[in-house]
Design a binder for this molecule. Structure first.
Ligand code: SF4
Ligand code: SF4
Length: 174
């Protein structure tokens, strides 16, 4: 038997990867999503479709507007580890452990990047920088950061990115 809806919430509250720009640069909006407050400035258009730029300004360790009018994707999106927990592939504790490990890896990477390059960046920003900036091939420490970013991306792809993720959220490297 899989996790129940309260346990689903517990898993997501411990994570936040789809809000804080760990998994995606932007989140897909539907035609009927009405943005308000700080979300208004986050709207963007890509290939004629509406998106919201991440990280979400209402993410502060967890969603701070969970009981308010959020974009539809915020309630509908379920990453792979969450789906697998609902389907009984993972227990709640196993899902929490996977998230904890991924967060630890990400936080270490963010810290190492900040020590080497200065500003604090999200994982996706670091990943993009590592793949677009030639200095990551020339400098030994930056090369190591790039390798770690690639490994984390594999971990995130394996556990968090279901194929249909790209219908709802949107990954943007270029
Ligand atoms: S990445 Fe998955 S577990 Fe994490 S907050 Fe999003 S849906 Fe929940
Ligand atoms: S509104 Fe809440 S659930 Fe939606 S992206 Fe922002 S923090 Fe995440």
């Amino acid at each position: 038997m899989g996790v129940n809806s309260l346990e689903e919430q517990e898993i997501c509250i411990s994570c936040g990867f789809c809000c804080d720009r760990t998994l995606f640069d932007v989140a897909r909006l539907t035609a009927s999503d009405e943005l308000w407050g700080k979300l208004v400035d986050r709207e963007t258009e890509i290939d004629g479709k509406r998106f919201m730029r991440l990280p979400c300004p209402y993410f502060d360790s967890k969603c701070t507007i969970y009981d308010k009018n959020k974009p539809a994707v915020c309630s509908s999106f379920k990453c792979k580890v969450l789906k697998d927990s609902i389907n009984g592939v993972f227990t709640k504790q196993e899902a929490l452990d996977i998230i904890k490990e991924a967060k630890k890896t990400r936080d270490e990477l963010v810290k190492e990047y900040r020590l080497l390059k200065g500003p604090e960046k999200t994982f996706r920003e670091i990943f993009v920088d590592a793949h677009k900036n030639p200095e990551f091939e020339k400098n030994k420490e930056l090369r190591l950061i790039k390798m770690k970013a690639d490994l984390l991306d594999i971990l995130l792809t394996k556990y968090f990115k279901p194929e249909d993720a790209f219908k709802e959220f949107y990954e943007l490297i270029d």
